[in-house]
Design a protein around this ligand. Structure first.
Ligand SMILES: *Cc1c(COP(=O)(O)O)cnc(C)c1O
Length: 373
């Protein structure tokens, strides 16, 4: 039996025709024709002045930390419950991640925890729009402004989401996206950095191209930088996906609505949160089991797997991972991040890919309910 996968893209003739054209024509003098169209279309969707296509969201975060001159001795605040790509770039620049607790409803960075974690070493904070949901941006921005801390928005999981009429990616000084194959919008592998800040954007552009001044054709590098670019074929796919973004987002919301309907009678779990002023794009439909159910996510995943259903665990707190074992910040976080440590063991991501139909979702929910009852 073929398993129902947890993710999967939506690829149509449009993507195939653009990628074919890029592979055929976008070379040398024309190498960036698709990058330009992709960046312009994507920036317009998000509502930011500048957009830069990159190989991944991880590289976008690395680049922006470097552009902000974050380095050794500095601290960067990050939510404890997220993919490690949100925090790993903090180590790339030699700074220290400070893991803070999440809000019990949004599962994103808690504003109070953010404020309590600020020290004189805090150089930036990376805020994550987890699973397509949004944190309390108003509160976070107010705190950041008071303490003069630049916010970086990791919107890898939230393309198309909105908070009080503003698009995910447009908060803070810079927003970053991922177009990894599992994400709502994909280029296979890929990412994007968006901002309204011209100086920061130009600095990032310089650093992503081996420290070459703009327009350099004579290999006159003035600093040691990085090489962070996307291929034309990926940019072509990204353009097609951007043109189809509204459709992709609607489909994600439809998939969520099937789950919501099928699980509506069940009080033993909660799904992704969408308050009045938020548009959640549900990158991953996520269920948190009630404490009374009494079994853990890996156990539940195993049982679903026996019915041919693939799933993923809610992100483990970063401070619980071997990667950060015995670091001072991880030990501290383990003690104070009560919400992350309470929710994470009880949460799983259910299949949320574009290949799903309502029958699949009904089957998944039926098995899920059988297991927990
Ligand atoms: C997927 C993801 C990333 C990393 O994206 P890549 O393109 O794989 O580098 C970063 N942050 C979050 C929250 C993600 O889900």
């Amino acid at each position: 039996m073929k398993k129902i996968g947890v993710a999967g893209p939506s690829i149509t003739e449009l993507e195939i025709s653009y990628v074919t054209d890029a592979a055929t024509n976008a070379w040398f003098a024309d190498h960036s024709i698709y990058h330009q169209r992709f960046e312009e279309a994507f920036g317009k969707k998000i509502g930011t002045k500048y957009a830069m296509a990159l190989p991944s969201c991880t590289s976008a975060l690395h680049l922006i930390l470097a552009a902000l001159e974050v380095g050794p001795g500095d601290e960067v605040i990050v939510p404890d419950a997220t993919w490690i790509a949100s925090s790993a770039p903090i180590s790339y620049v030699g700074a220290t991640p400070v893991f803070v607790d999440i809000d019990p409803k949004t599962w994103c960075m808690d504003a109070g925890a953010f404020e309590r974690a600020i020290s004189e070493k805090t150089k930036a904070a990376i805020v994550v729009d987890l699973y397509g949901g949004m944190p309390e941006w108003d509160a976070l921005e107010k705190i950041a402004n008071t303490h003069n801390i630049p916010l970086i928005e990791d919107a890898a999981e939230a393309v198309g989401s909105q908070y009080r009429g503003r698009m995910a990616g447009s908060f803070g000084v810079v927003g970053t996206f991922s177009f990894h194959g599992s994400k709502t919008m994909t280029t296979g592998e890929g990412g994007m950095l968006v901002t309204d800040d011209k100086i920061l954007f130009e600095r990032a552009q310089f650093l992503r191209d081996h420290g070459r001044p703009a327009g350099d054709r004579f290999f006159q590098n003035t600093e040691v930088g990085f090489k962070y670019k996307m291929s034309s074929m990926q940019a072509a796919m990204g353009l097609a996906q951007t043109e189809r973004l509204d459709e992709l987002v609607e489909r994600k919301q439809e998939i969520f609505s099937w789950y919501k309907r099928a699980l509506s009678g069940c009080d033993d779990l909660v799904l992704n949160y969408q308050p009045e002023d938020v548009i959640n794009t549900y990158w991953m439909v996520t269920a948190i089991l009630d404490q009374s159910i009494g079994f853990e996510k890996l156990d539940l995943m195993e049982r679903l797997s026996k019915h041919g259903i693939d799933s993923r665990p809610f992100f483990h707190p970063l401070s619980s991972l071997h990667a950060y074992e015995k670091t001072e910040q991880a030990i501290k976080a383990q003690q104070i991040n009560k919400i992350a440590y309470d929710i994470s063991p009880r949460g799983i991501n259910l299949p949320s890919g574009f290949q799903l139909d309502e029958e699949n979702v009904k089957y998944i929910c039926e098995k899920l309910l059988q297991i927990i009852e």
